[in-house]
Design a protein around this ligand. Structure first.
Ligand SMILES: [Zn+2]
Length: 227
């Protein structure tokens, strides 16, 4: 979130693994450019550049929440937007799914590494950062750049393909409320499908952006478990 002095307070990489027992060591304060202001222990995660880009691009965004919330993730796992079908979603509208073929992008980068300008306050993961810098952030600009003025009235939200939900808003309370609204809509769409309604039905022509290959579900570069 944006601090009163204009700097950005973020959770550190790995803090999600003990999210119910966070301490000051799980946070880092950065300038909007990503330089370190206060670093009790860790560094920002791979999506640090995306969070900072949102704060720089949208002066009315003072909080940015990221969640692996289950109902919207059902839609994001298929590359589908979360439909706006409850009254509490009228202001947010349809929540788009932003997609990048991160497995291929990371592999391409590792095969042909090149210098990247990464903020000092994030973990040194250029292969992951390139997905955010060169693929996700341009799409955020394209989709939400013309909608920045809406933040004066309500938050904005998007999902990342196969990953989770982002909501950004004037305050942390509003961003959290937006996460709840999107989850309500996603859950309602799924329940509508059970009842035979149209909104939750999968529209095959909207599955998977044309440039993206559906994942086989296992990533050889990260899979650690037994076969
Ligand atoms: Zn995540």
């Amino acid at each position: 979130m944006r601090l009163p002095d204009g700097n950005i307070l973020m959770s550190c990489a790995g803090s999600a693994f003990h999210r119910w027992n966070l301490t000051v060591k799980d946070f880092i304060a950065l300038t909007p450019a990503g330089d370190i202001v206060d670093r009790p222990a860790g560094l920002g995660a791979a999506a640090t550049t995306t969070h900072l880009a949102i704060y720089r691009r949208f002066p009315d965004a003072n909080a940015c929440l990221h969640a692996h919330s289950p109902y919207s993730l059902a839609f994001a796992s298929l590359g589908l937007p979360v439909p706006s079908l409850t009254n509490r979603m009228d202001m947010l509208g349809e929540v788009p799914c932003i997609a990048a073929d991160d497995t291929r992008i990371k592999a391409d980068y590792l095969a042909n590494p090149r210098p990247l300008q990464l903020p000092a306050g994030m973990s040194p993961r250029p292969d992951a950062a390139v997905v955010n810098l060169e693929h996700i952030e341009p799409q955020i600009e394209k989709v939400f750049g013309p909608r920045g003025h809406e933040l004066a009235h309500h938050g904005l939200a998007f999902t990342l393909y196969r990953h989770g939900l982002f909501a950004f808003a004037k305050s942390a309370d509003e961003a959290f409320d937006n996460v709840a609204r999107v989850e309500e809509a996603a859950r309602t769409a799924l329940l509508q499908a059970v009842l035979g309604g149209d909104s939750g039905r999968i529209q095959l022509d909207r599955l998977f952006p044309a440039t993206l290959t559906p994942s086989a579900g296992r990533r050889p570069d990260t899979y650690r478990g037994p076969p």
